[in-house]
Write a protein that binds this ligand. Structure first.
Ligand code: PEP
Ligand code: MN
Length: 346
């Protein structure tokens, strides 16, 4: 439920609404918009007596949110969320952010080579997993905390921001010490204890769509993070399972405009896991930017033939560089721009 205050509502009116909501046993969430203030009522609001709130001074109207997800909906917040990152980078505004790097951190030399290569081509965020959720227990599982240390070093050396995955609730805390964005992977989209912990991470969270998740389930998963008090959630379309074996997954680009309509949260696309094929990645990245994606998450490896995970879908550095040039043209054509690396910004 959203309590919309009148333009001329006084501070004491807003306070009275907050106190009444809390007295009723719910959490109140005041939101100051450009035109007016709204107060959200957080919790299962099916039985709330709206008449009691409506009678308070300064209340203009009460909106019952029709969607099962509340705080992530556009009904709750009409303005798009712009997630602010260190160095003045933003996601969800005009800029399109490119997050690039290998699937996994493999060694000091590999991650530094990848970081320098993606930075030179214009990426602003380094992606690489230290903790890897692999389909087989016998596949490379990542370097763990040693991998986080290598990412911290790559950050210091290049100035790139870091996105890396947390696979369990305890891991969220130490991943958040190094990462500028904590990634929750597709397999964990409905791991509710992990989502709750991510909601208390104090860092922006990238939430990937599950391999068989509906858009509604994705938005409800995001709601868990917002409900814990973290508003900085970035969604990611990374492909869903289909019957066709030509690609690893089916990159559902229609999810991008659908999510933008239903939610104020930014959404990016991952054409690497979305296709599983290096030859298709640039085309789908271009299409994702054209479809309105707020960013691209792409796998780039200095030597994909020797990668310990996802080599077949990882771009070679020169392919990535070419793709960046194409993405700049597409972004410009739709009135956006590819974010520039921190330091080279005006
Ligand atoms: C990854 O980003 O390397 C990854 C494991 O992705 P997903 O969770 O989408 O499979
Ligand atoms: Mn991968």
């Amino acid at each position: 439920m959203l309590v919309v205050m009148r333009h001329d509502a006084r501070e004491e009116d807003i306070r009275a609404v907050v106190e009444t909501i809390e007295e009723m046993g719910y959490q109140a969430c005041p939101m100051r918009g450009r035109q007016r203030t709204s107060v959200g009522l957080v919790g299962h609001d099916g039985r709330v007596d709206g008449a009691r709130i409506m009678a308070l001074d300064g209340v203009q109207e009460i909106i019952y949110i029709t969607q099962p997800y509340k705080q992530v909906s556009r009904e709750w917040k009409a303005e798009s969320t712009v997630v602010r990152l260190p160095g003045g980078l933003t996601i969800g505004g005009e800029d399109v952010l490119v997050m690039a790097g290998p699937c996994s951190v493999e060694s000091d030399a590999q991650i530094l080579a990848a970081a320098h290569a993606v930075k030179e081509a214009g990426a602003t965020i380094l992606r690489a997993g230290a903790f890897k959720p692999r389909s087989s227990p016998y596949s490379f599982q990542g370097l763990g905390r040693a991998g986080l240390e290598l990412l911290a070093r790559a950050r210091r050396e290049t100035g790139l921001l870091i996105i890396t995955e947390a696979v369990d609730p305890e891991g969220v805390d130490y991943v958040a010490e190094v990462a500028d964005i904590v990634q929750i992977g597709a397999r964990n989209m409905q791991n509710y204890s992990l989502l709750r912990r991510a909601g208390r991470a104090g860092k922006p969270v990238l939430l990937k769509r599950g391999i068989a998740a509906t858009i509604q389930e994705l938005l409800l998963a995001a709601e868990y993070i917002l409900a814990e008090g973290n508003p900085d959630v970035i969604l990611c379309e990374r492909g869903i399972r289909s019957y066709d074996t030509q690609t690893r997954n089916l990159l559902d680009l229609s999810a991008i405009p659908i999510v933008h309509g239903l939610s104020h949260l930014p959404i990016i696309a991952d054409p690497s896991h979305g296709t599983g094929r290096r030859d298709m990645v640039p085309a789908m990245a271009r299409a994702a930017v054209a479809a309105g994606a707020d960013g691209i998450l792409v796998e780039v490896h200095p030597n994909p033939d020797r990668a310990l995970s996802d080599g077949a879908q990882s771009l070679r550095p020169e392919q990535f560089e070419k793709m960046m040039g194409e993405l700049r043209l597409i972004a410009e054509a739709i009135g956006r721009r590819i974010a520039e690396p921190v330091g080279s910004r005006a």
